[in-house]
Design a protein around this ligand. Structure first.
Ligand code: ADP
Ligand code: ZN
Length: 717
């Protein structure tokens, strides 16, 4: 008899009998197949109960693992998450242990290191081969580290046969690892941290250090101490910043004990990495969100880099926040957690202010590099002065010209991909929209197609004129990265212009390839979406332009100011990281918005003060907890009725339980993927949010409607 958490959205556990041939083969922590409402589903054995519940038990159909794949402490964290986020434990566990884990794989892989051999490169090399060559330009690398970066052994073997690469003398280190002398700020920050590691003490530190202040060096030193003690560490990074640059810094310091866990790895590599960690062969895990579940024995530290990043929140079930789970895991294990950011989330900032986290600060860049000069350009004024709707202001154009003339590099940031952002009829105002999602379509010049950025529907643009009033052809409004790329190529014929966004990546070129071309100087002007805003460290970049700071300000979300501030600060941080000073030019129609002004002054604290004030008066986090309840289904009436019933039930809670119940209202994306969507937003204390959850779960949903609970929602859209 075993208690199983099946991978189904039903938040309870089920007991199954073990048939004789499986007796003794299903200890807690192994996965099993069990019958569930006529289907066969996977689940985790979480307990072996003493007493059978009443009634006849169904039987376990199969045991999937030879040995437990679930560590005790990971199960404890999953239980906490299932309870807090109101997800089924089985769903949480399915997110915690990758499906592809299987049994421990036998290694058939080459060991040792490879190096680039002298000699010219042939003209025609495949993309994958070029990538491999690029990866070897910095010096010899181990087979393993190359494979972990997604470079297949096949590609490497072919290059070896072609005589382009060859066996290197044992070199485990990927880059020369000069021991830096810590700055005085770094020394001050590191002292207490090392003591917390040695304790160990369950202490969370918020490391608030400006971009380029050397936070990574702090992570590395703290982890070194963890390893000396025979323990392991997890480093969480936002999805988009898991770059080879980041990885190679960790590999240079710690070699093969570094493992990467992320979903882009192929099934086999993922499985192999996971087992290396599970079996204690690798003791430092780097990865996005899901790496918070890494099965490390004797964990000694969890680092969360760029802790403010929204990508730490999962926006499908289970809707957990990896930073928050990292803090919980740290408390459960009694170990320190280190949150790093140049623009901390207001939640963490407030936790530091209240003394729940220790605050550590770094205000300078080692070597004294200055933060870039940030200039704000009022686009309303610009348009009236030049008498047209130009996308690049005169000031930005001048700055780009000067930068290119000096042989330095330019980054242009626009948070929209595609050519134009929408197509509109000049006569009647009609905007071309997606039929299933009720949002405007984005025109992409490549392929001459209109694309829905929510459901990815592709539609041919109407050729003959407005489909609504049969008037003139639709005109193109707004500008995406594709258009900015075009404009930049036209305006600066001498520039070598490139673009980086998810379209480029989907087109087959990897982000690393584009970035490598920019880093090598092959490109000197790069246009991109937020992919380029993070973690990029290229000393030759001395000019950064934010084409429109307004796109993030205009979002109907209480975090829009925070996002705008973070965005400008992060983008600006890409500039002037070398010896030469950098300039950042921010174009906006709201030049006096406090988030824009504070970002231009590099004044996080001024921003935080103003923003906290606003949050307080409206009872938004960190002054209240939020719960978003989304009701969705194909029939609008049923959706509306259920949303109203839930609203009424919440309002019937005793006076003063909740701070507020907003809605139900049609969600900002009221119709998405053929479903109507209504939402409620509930504000309360942590305790009263639990009451609200119980209340919502007490309302019967009925057929054809679905209720999605999002505790601590990140995106209100
Ligand atoms: P952050 O993570 O805070 O953005 P990084 O850790 O990437 O900053 O550091 C920025 C640069 O400063 C890196 O090139 C790093 O090698 C360098 N650096 C860090 N610490 C020191 C130090 N103590 N002395 C000299 N250079 C340093
Ligand atoms: Zn759509």
């Amino acid at each position: 008899m075993v208690t199983v958490a099946p991978d189904v959205p039903v938040p309870r556990l089920f007991t199954y009998a073990l048939p004789p041939h499986l007796a003794g083969l299903a200890p807690p922590g192994v996965r099993v197949k069990v019958p569930f409402h006529g289907r066969s589903v996977r689940g985790f054995v979480v307990e072996v109960p003493d007493e059978a519940p009443p009634g006849r038990l169904k039987e376990v159909q199969a045991v999937l693992d030879d040995a437990p794949v679930l560590r005790e402490d990971v199960l404890a964290l999953a239980r906490w998450a299932a309870d807090y986020y109101r997800s089924a434990l089985g769903e949480v566990l399915a997110a915690a242990v990758p499906k592809s884990v299987g049994g421990a794989p036998r290694s058939r892989d080459r060991r040792g290191s490879l190096q680039r051999l002298q000699g010219p490169l042939p003209k025609r090399l495949g993309k994958a081969q070029l990538r491999a060559i690029e990866a070897l330009t910095g010096g010899p690398r181990t087979w393993r580290s190359l494979r972990e970066e997604g470079i297949s052994s096949d590609v490497l073997r072919r290059l070896e046969l072609a005589g382009l690469v060859g066996e290197a003398a044992a070199a485990d280190r990927t880059e020369a690892d000069e021991e830096l002398t810590l700055t005085s700020e770094q020394t001050l920050v590191l002292g207490p941290l090392l003591r917390a590691v040695e304790g160990p003490q369950p202490q969370t530190t918020l490391l608030f250090g400006i971009t380029g202040s050397g936070k990574t060096e702090i992570y590395l030193r703290a982890i070194a101490r963890v390893l000396e003690q025979g323990r392991g560490a997890i480093v969480l990074v936002p999805e988009i910043s898991l770059t080879p640059q980041t990885l190679s810094r960790f590999r240079a310091r710690f070699g093969d004990t570094v493992a990467v866990l992320h979903s882009q790895l192929s099934g086999f590599d993922r499985r192999k990495e996971w087992w290396r960690v599970h079996q204690g062969e690798a003791r430092v895990v780097i990865g996005p969100r899901s790496a918070v579940w890494a099965p490390i024995a004797d964990l000694g530290l969890i680092v969360v880099d760029e802790e403010h990043e929204g990508t730490y929140k999962q926006d499908s079930n289970p809707r957990y926040h990896a930073r928050d789970l990292a803090v919980v895991r740290g408390q459960q294990l009694g170990i320190p957690v280190l949150l790093g950011s140049a623009t901390p989330s207001l939640e963490s900032w407030q936790n530091a202010a209240r003394g729940r986290y220790r605050l550590a600060r770094m205000r300078k860049r080692p070597g004294g590099a200055k933060l870039p000069d940030v200039r704000v350009v009022d686009m309303g004024r610009e348009w009236s002065e030049v008498r047209r709707a130009s996308l690049l202001s005169r000031r930005l154009v001048d700055a780009i010209k000067n930068t290119l003339r000096r042989g330095e590099r330019v980054l242009l940031f626009q948070n929209r991909r595609g050519y134009t952002t929408y197509l509109q009829c000049k006569a009647c105002g009609y905007v071309l929209q997606c039929r299933t999602c009720d949002v405007s379509l984005t025109y992409h010049r490549k392929g001459d197609v209109c694309v829905c950025h929510f459901c990815d529907a592709h539609v041919r643009p109407p050729k003959d004129g407005c489909p609504d009033c049969l008037g003139p052809p639709l005109s193109q409004r707004g500008a995406g990265t594709e258009r900015i790329e075009q404009i930049a190529s036209d305006l600066f014929p001498e520039a070598r212009v490139g673009r980086l966004d998810t379209d480029v990546v989907r087109g087959g070129e990897t982000a690393e390839e584009v970035l490598a071309r920019f880093a090598s100087g092959d490109l000197n002007l790069l246009v991109g979406t937020q992919i380029i805003a993070k973690g990029l460290h290229i000393p030759e970049v001395t000019c950064v332009g934010v084409i429109s700071a307004d796109s993030s300000l205009a979002l109907p979300d209480f975090r829009s100011s925070e996002r705008t501030f973070q965005l400008i600060a992060q983008v600006a941080g890409r500039s002037g990281r070398g010896e030469r000073p950098g300039t950042t030019i921010v174009q906006t129609f709201s030049p006096r918005h406090f988030a824009v002004l504070a970002a231009a002054d590099h004044d996080y604290e001024a921003f935080a003060r103003a923003e906290l004030e606003a949050r307080k008066s409206l009872a938004y986090p960190p002054y209240a907890r939020l719960l978003k309840v989304l009701v969705r289904g194909p029939l609008e009436e049923r959706v509306g009725v259920l949303a109203d019933t839930i609203g009424a039930a919440l309002r019937a809670l005793p006076e003063g339980t909740l701070i507020g119940v907003l809605g139900p209202v049609p969600s900002p994306r009221a119709y998405l993927s053929n479903k109507f969507r209504y939402q409620l937003l509930i504000k309360g204390s942590p305790g009263s949010i639990r009451q609200a959850l119980a209340c919502v779960q007490g309302v019967k949903a009925g057929a054809g409607v679905e209720v999605v609970l999002d505790v601590d929602p990140y995106h209100l859209l």
